[in-house]
Design a binder for this molecule. Structure first.
Ligand code: ATP
Ligand code: NI
Length: 372
């Protein structure tokens, strides 16, 4: 994965240290409660609802854009024109632009793309976990509830942990260092009003009772991952968001984690897995969404995607895999503060023509490219 990371340069801007820290504190508080944020988390750490009140530039409306229909099953989450902007002094980061996709029960959607393309920001937008300098527009329908418009109280009491479980990026860093895994799981269960014993929930995530006696620094990467999974599953949510669940794991653990996510799907949950690792995605995903510079540029069923991706960027990502030629994509992603007007991939694209000066619209077949 270090190799995958090396091939996939970070795009866009980096959050100033203060903002990044604020963001991390909130994620930590969230993950330490098993993807649950109860009222005990200070309000100051939850400015997302406030941020939603300060909407900036809405994403351009696009009535011409058809919905991409993939897969069967009941829709659990419908993301419709979701955009996220971060206000920085003198600049605006276009982190996510006009995202549209559905998560269905029993299906796993993998969200792939180079580092910095907006994957985690999208996940955090769904959970109301963005910092105060974020403006979120569009909709994310969880049944009749629009997660974008929902007040923080509703997200905290009804959504996080109960409806949507988050497996955070780098789980070890998100556990409270001074408390055992059992303690943290017990607290999450208590806050969710669940009566199961921590050992029972942990067993479902592949942990032995003695593993729960450990403090975070005593957990291996794989065990910390399982503790994070157990925390995310504590409230038995129908929808799971796993943000890079395999980063830093060796291949057998990657396989085990993906098998676990697959099992969650097969039990009827809807799973969104964010990953750099297309090989891992291939093992678990029913559908693949490829993001580039904040936009979803291809959305396909996994079988069709791996047989022949249609967007030139998606092809580039596959060709960059060690198993598929190891050919890196030339160039760098654009700064998210200065996106080109047309296709963002155009400067790196071998197929670019003058037509690419115009923004390609996502087609009904799930690809946003003038040449697909
Ligand atoms: N609080 C913030 N303020 C300003 N910019 C931010 C903030 N948080 C994230 N960003 C920017 O938003 C963009 C998308 O970040 P995001 O974390 O979603 O990337 P990612 O696709 O998850 O990457 P990775 O694979 O490295 O985790 C990046 O350019 C990042 O620097
Ligand atoms: Ni991320």
């Amino acid at each position: 994965m270090a190799r995958d990371r090396a091939q996939l340069p970070r795009s866009g801007t980096t959050a100033p240290p203060g903002l990044a820290r604020q963001h991390d504190q909130r994620r930590t508080a969230f993950a330490a409660r098993g993807g649950l944020v109860a009222e005990s988390v200070p309000r100051a750490v939850h400015p997302a609802a406030h941020a939603r009140g300060l909407r900036a530039r809405p994403a351009p409306a696009r009535p011409d854009q058809p919905a991409v229909e993939i897969g069967a099953g009941v829709v659990k989450l419908r993301v419709d024109g979701l955009s996220v902007r971060f206000r920085l002094p003198g600049a605006v980061v276009h982190a996510v632009t006009d995202a549209r996709f559905e998560l269905r029960e029993g299906r796993c959607l993998a969200l792939a793309g180079e580092s910095g393309c907006g994957k985690s920001v999208m996940a955090h937008a769904l959970l109301g976990l963005l910092p105060g300098n974020a403006d979120v527009t569009g909709h994310a329908w969880l049944g009749p509830l629009d997660l974008v418009a929902a007040p923080e109280k509703v997200l905290a009491r009804q959504v996080r942990g109960r409806m949507i479980g988050l497996v955070p990026q780098s789980p070890a860093a998100h556990l409270t260092p001074v408390r055992t895994a059992r303690d943290q799981l017990a607290e999450a269960l208590r806050e969710l009003g669940r009566t199961e014993a921590p050992d029972e929930v942990a067993a479902r995530a592949g942990l032995r009772p003695q593993d729960l006696d450990r403090y975070p620094h005593q957990l291996s990467g794989g065990m910390a991952q399982r503790v994070a999974n157990a925390l995310a599953l504590a409230g038995d949510p129908p929808l799971i968001v796993a943000d890079e669940p395999t980063t830093g794991l060796d291949r057998p653990l990657v396989d085990a984690t993906m098998a676990e996510l697959r099992r969650l799907c097969d039990e009827g949950r809807a799973v969104l897995v964010i990953t750099h690792d297309l090989r891992a995605a291939e093992r678990v995903a029913d559908d693949i969404a490829v993001m580039y510079a904040g936009r979803i540029v291809e959305l396909s069923e996994a079988g069709a995607f791996f047989a022949g991706p249609r967007h030139p960027y998606a092809r580039g990502l596959l060709d960059a895999l060690p198993t598929r030629g190891f050919v890196p994509i030339p160039g760098q992603p654009p700064e998210l503060t200065r996106l080109p007007d047309g296709c963002s991939f155009q400067p790196r694209c071998a197929q670019a023509t003058p037509a690419c000066e115009e923004l390609p619209v996502m087609s009904g077949k799930g690809v946003a490219c003038h040449h697909a």
